[in-house]
Design a protein around this ligand. Sequence first.
Ligand SMILES: CC(C)(COP(=O)(O)OP(=O)(O)OC[C@H]1O[C@@H](n2cnc3c(N)ncnc32)[C@H](O)[C@@H]1OP(=O)(O)O)[C@@H](O)C(=O)NCCC(=O)NCCS
Length: 189
Amino acid sequence: MQITVVDMAPSDAEAVSRLADTLIGPGYYPPEEVVDALERSTLGGVVCSHVAIARDDGRMVGFRFAMPPGRWRHGRGSRLSPQLWPVDLGDCGYFQSSYVAFEARGHGVGPQMAAAAEAALRSLGARAIVTHSWKESPDNSSFRYLTRLGFTAVTEYPGYWSEVDYVCWLDGKPCQCTAIEMIKVLVPG
Ligand SMILES: CC(C)(COP(=O)(O)OP(=O)(O)OC[C@H]1O[C@@H](n2cnc3c(N)ncnc32)[C@H](O)[C@@H]1OP(=O)(O)O)[C@@H](O)C(=O)NCCC(=O)NCCS
């Protein structure tokens, strides 16, 4: 599958929201949440969030949100353990939600979107990236994907996403899934 990774734009909000309803669960990313997350992922004209577009028919097959240092305080859940990290919270970017449509998986779409986000975060001075891996993801795809990208586990939070007002495809509402907090150091200090 041939895809192009481009900066996310406000006009993508409806399509991202629809894809998220299908892949994460209804209500996880209402269009207004997409617009808010996109605003927080943009600094000095640099957009750190991206979408993947299929070249054959132009449909959206993936999205990834990323927030630069200083533009986030926690993920969709509120728990965070910066005392366990080797880099200060204020120097860390955040990877929030990366999803690829089922039919597009296994073609490197996720890694391409991650590379674009990492490059944007590096250009804004991030010294590390923090993320929350979805422990119950099918075939452990989330943890394997993030480990391959260079992330290492720090701690775990059962029921991390229970604070989010959405219906999880795995366990309904509230979501019972566990988050694995992970970090990738870009600039050791
Ligand atoms: C994790 C995810 C973003 C990876 O994206 P991707 O574009 O499929 O990544 P890759 O192309 O590198 O493939 C990842 C793995 O899926 C395998 N794969 C191949 N075909 C596949 C298919 N049809 N369906 C699912 N996985 C497939 C690949 O071989 C690769 O296996 P490996 O880990 O043993 O090397 C994607 O699987 C996804 O959206 N998962 C659900 C959400 C999720 O867990 N997000 C992670 C952060 S919260």
